[in-house]
Design a binder for this molecule. Structure first.
Ligand code: NAI
Length: 286
């Protein structure tokens, strides 16, 4: 059979998750999505009504097939972790089996195994606050949703990943350089994610022959980025200062993800790969 991918973090057709799913589908992979519970209803309705059909078109003219969409909230590992107010929240009540453990179990039940795991999600409730003004709860919530979520996903999916499998996540240069405006602990979150990429690559590689990489992506006008508020400025800054003076497309990140999880990248693991028109290489803007 061809490869099967589980892509966590697509709730519409504007973010990196969707673009990665498309590039993987174009390369022949079967696509399973994990979509945030509160966003699931609107996503599935839009999908059913053909709202995404234009953006489902693959290079060969066919439409990307999404075999199954799983409700997912990466902040909870298992049902025992879910507090009462979430269980009874009306956006969650109509859904079941959306903790990380249960989603991995459902995928196993439905399909047996996967080859590719994609983490394309982040959430920092205080992202618009500078780190110096961030609360403990805001910081910890950002780490939980955006970095530990990768540890948890990999931990729960590794048992059903076939040897030679591969995983990829999305990071941002704010982990290593000061990016004013990327607050709420999100810079710390990305530093953790990059460090974890190296550490997880070790055990996953030794024990399971699975590769772990992360893509440090340039700015994209995604739903999450619009919440941060400075995305247009970052895009303009990149256009002005990067070696390649063009807007970055989500497809360019998607294609890199498809390369990284393919046999073409069979010796690449524990790596941070920049897909940012080269902006990271600049010392000063000119
Ligand atoms: P996006 O809004 O398309 O993706 C974020 C996704 O995370 C959404 O689908 C949201 O529903 C999901 N999500 C949030 N909390 C969740 C939870 N608890 N459980 C399950 N899903 C949850 O935005 P984007 O920008 O495509 O983000 C994808 C990744 O790319 C993130 O890791 C982000 O930090 C990273 N990135 C984005 C850049 C940008 O300029 N847009 C630049 C560099 C990295």
């Amino acid at each position: 059979r061809g490869k099967r991918a589980f892509v966590a973090g697509a709730a519409d057709d504007n973010g990196y998750g969707w673009a990665i799913a498309k590039s993987l589908a174009a390369a022949g992979a079967e696509i399973l999505l994990g979509t945030w519970v509160p966003a699931l209803n609107i996503f599935e309705t839009s999908l059913r009504h053909g709202k995404f059909d234009e953006s489902r078109v693959l290079p060969d003219g066919s439409l990307m097939v999404i075999t199954k969409v799983y409700p997912l909230d990466v902040v909870y590992d298992n049902p025992e972790d879910v507090p009462e107010e979430i269980k009874t929240n009306k956006r969650y009540a109509g859904c079941s089996k959306w903790t990380v453990l249960e989603v991995a179990e459902s995928v196993k039940e439905d399909f047996g195994s996967i080859d590719i795991l994609v983490h394309s999600l982040a959430n920092g409730p205080e992202v618009t606050k500078p780190l110096l003004e961030t609360s403990r709860n805001g910081y910890l919530a950002a780490v939980s949703a955006s970095s530990y979520s990768f540890v948890s996903l990999l931990k729960h999916f590794v048992p059903i990943m076939r040897p030679g499998g591969s995983s990829v996540s999305l990071t941002y240069i704010a982990s290593e350089k000061i990016i004013p405006g990327y607050g709420g602990g999100m810079s710390s979150v990305k530093a953790a994610l990059e460090s974890d990429t190296r550490v997880l690559a070790f055990k996953a590689g030794r024990k399971h022959k699975i590769r772990v990489n992360t893509i440090s992506a340039g700015p994209l006008r995604s739903p999450a980025a619009k919440v941060i508020g400075f995305i247009d400025m970052m895009i303009d800054y990149s256009l002005e200062n990067a070696p390649l003076q063009k807007e970055l497309t989500a497809d360019e990140v998607g294609n890199t993800a498809a390369f990284l999880v393919s046999p073409l990248a069979s010796a690449i693991t524990g790596a941070v790969i920049y897909v940012d028109n080269g902006l990271n290489a600049m010392g000063v803007g000119v």
